[in-house]
Design a protein around this ligand. Structure first.
Ligand code: KE4
Length: 430
C-alpha cells in the first residue's frame, strides 16, 4: 500500500502541529506507523492522499451516521452558505433545532447549543453546580467527557490510550472536586456519596461507554443511579455525545427508559460540523445566562452552517425512524461475521456491541468495566489494526474506542470486513 504522500505530510505536520495532528488519537501512536491523510469521503468509504480506498468505521468518531457526504446534508450546507456563514445574532434555525432536539429526546425541556462535546459537558456540570449550590461531582473511571480540566481524571479515549488518564496541567485544586466511581458498580457510588454527604452536585456518565471501548451500563446499575440521584438531590447527567441519535432516535435514555436531569450531545447533531448541546430540565437550564446567573457563551454557538447540517441530520432521523432497524441489521450481520472469524481461530476475544457502535477487545472473557477493558492486549490490537488497514478497513486507531456502522455500509462492505478480520486473525503475525 503506497502511503508516501501521507508520510511526507505527516513529517511536515509534526514540525508545526503537536504530534502532527489536531486531536491526539488520530496520530496512530497506539497502533504504530504513521497516520494516513484523508483527501475525501463518500458514503461508507474515504480515500487517502495516495489514492487508497478504505471502508470507514470511524465516521469522524461518530458524527457520520449516514456515511460521508450524504446528499441531504451537502444540499442543506450549500443552501445555507448562500446566506452567509455567521451572524452572531439569533436565527430561526436555532429555534427549529431546539424544537427538534426536544421532540426527539423527551427529557430535553430546554437546550443550549455549543461548539463541541467538551463545551456541552463542562457547561452541564457548571449548570448542575449553579443549580444545587454544591461543588463536587462524580465521574466513572474510563469514561471520557472531553478535555475540560476536571474531566481529565482517569479519563478514557485518547487519555487512556496514551497512558495518561490523569493529565499533567490539571491542578490539584481543579481535580479536588472530581470524585471517581467504578462503572457498573453502584456500591462504589454509594460509598462516595456517603463520604461526601450533601456536597455532590452531579453524576456524569456515558450511559453506554464508548471511550474505554464499548461497555454498556447494566440496566439495574443505571436505574439505581437514577434513584440515588433523585434521593440525594444530585443532578444526573447522561453524556450522550456519542450515543445520542446513534443507538436510538432518543439515544441511550430511550433504550434504557431512564430520564436524566441533563443530557449532553455532540457528533451526530452537527452532521459533521462542530456542534455540541446540553439540555434537560427547565428549572436547571434556566440557571444559564442570560436567564440565570450561570455564565456560558460562545461566539459560534448556533452557527448557521452548523445548524443547517445538524438540522438536516436530525430531520432525516425524524422522517426515517426505521434507520435504526437497518443499522441493527447491518451491525448484527457484521458482529456475526466477526464472531465466526473468532470461532475459526479459536479466540474468545470480547466483542461488545450496542446498535451500530462496537469494540473488539483483545482480551478473553467479559468486558463490563474499566478494569476488564484495560486487560486488553493493546500491542496485539495495534498489529490487528495495521493488517486491517492494509486490507482497506479503517477501524479506530486505538483499542479503547468504538467502531461505527453507518446507514450506507453495504453487505459487500460488511462481508469484506469480516473476511479481512478472518484473514488477519489467522495470519501468523498475529
Ligand atoms: P468533543 O469535545 O471531542 O466534541 O467531545 C468530547 C466527548 C464528550 N463525551 C463523549 C462521550 C465523547 O465520546 C467525546 C469525544 N469522543 C472522542 C472519541 N472517543 C473524540 C475523538 C477525539 O478526541 O479526537
Amino acid at each position: 500500500m503506497k502511503t508516501s504522500k501521507s508520510e511526507k505530510l505527516f513529517n511536515e505536520a509534526q514540525k508545526l502541529i503537536p504530534g502532527g495532528v489536531n486531536s491526539p488519537v488520530r496520530a496512530f501512536k497506539a497502533v504504530g506507523g504513521s497516520p494516513v491523510f484523508i483527501q475525501r469521503g463518500e458514503g461508507s468509504k474515504f480515500y487517502d492522499v495516495d489514492g487508497n480506498e478504505y471502508i470507514d468505521y470511524i465516521g469522524s468518531w461518530g458524527p457520520h451516521l449516514f456515511g460521508h457526504n450524504p446528499p441531504f446534508i451537502k444540499e442543506a450546507l450549500l443552501k445555507a452558505v448562500e446566506d452567509g456563514t455567521s451572524f452572531g445574532a439569533p436565527t430561526e434555525l436555532e429555534v427549529k433545532m431546539a424544537k427538534l432536539i426536544s421532540e426527539l429526546v423527551p427529557s430535553i425541556e430546554m437546550v443550549r447549543m455549543v461548539n463541541s462535546g467538551t463545551e456541552a459537558t463542562m457547561s452541564a456540570v457548571r449548570a448542575a453546580r449553579g443549580f444545587t449550590g454544591k461543588e463536587k461531582f462524580i465521574k466513572f473511571e474510563g469514561c471520557y467527557h472531553g478535555h475540560a480540566d476536571y474531566f481529565l481524571i482517569k479519563a478514557g479515549s485518547g487519555a487512556l490510550t496514551l497512558g495518561v488518564p490523569t493529565s499533567p496541567g490539571v491542578t490539584k485544586g481543579n481535580a479536588a472536586d472530581t470524585l471517581l466511581a467504578d462503572y457498573n458498580d453502584i456500591d462504589s457510588v454509594k460509598k462516595i456519596i456517603k463520604q461526601n454527604k450533601n456536597e455532590i452536585a452531579a453524576v456524569i456518565i456515558e450511559p453506554i461507554a464508548g471511550n474505554m471501548g464499548v461497555v454498556p451500563a447494566e440496566k439495574k446499575f443505571l436505574e439505581d443511579l437514577r434513584t440515588i440521584c433523585s434521593e440525594e438531590k444530585i443532578v444526573l447527567i447522561f453524556d450522550e455525545v456519542m450515543t445520542g441519535f446513534r443507538v436510538a432516535k432518543g439515544g441511550a435514555q430511550e433504550l434504557y427508559g431512564i430520564k436524566p436531569d441533563l443530557s449532553t450531545f455532540g457528533k451526530i447533531i452537527g452532521g459533521g460540523l462542530p456542534v455540541g448541546a446540553f439540555g434537560g430540565k427547565k428549572e436547571i437550564m434556566q440557571m444559564i445566562a442570560p436567564s440565570g446567573p450561570v455564565y456560558q457563551a460562545g461566539t459560534l454557538s448556533g452557527n448557521p452552517l452548523a445548524m443547517a447540517a445538524g438540522y438536516a441530520a436530525l430531520s432525516h432521523i425524524k422522517s426515517n425512524p426505521d434507520i435504526y432497524k437497518s443499522l441493527e441489521e447491518k451491525s448484527s450481520y457484521l458482529e456475526k461475521g466477526i464472531r465466526e472469524a473468532l470461532a475459526n481461530v479459536k479466540k474468545n476475544y470480547a466483542l461488545n456491541r450496542v446498535g451500530s457502535m462496537m469494540t473488539l477487545f483483545f482480551t478473553e472473557g467479559e468486558v463490563n468495566n474499566f478494569k476488564s477493558a484495560v486487560k486488553s492486549d493493546t500491542a496485539l490490537y495495534g498489529k490487528f489494526y495495521g493488517e486491517m488497514l492494509k486490507r482497506g478497513i479503517y477501524l479506530a486507531p486505538a483499542q479503547f474506542e468504538a467502531a461505527f456502522v453507518s446507514t450506507v455500509h453495504s453487505k459487500e462492505d460488511l462481508d469484506k470486513t469480516a473476511l479481512a478480520c478472518m484473514e488477519v486473525l489467522l495470519s501468523e503475525n498475529l
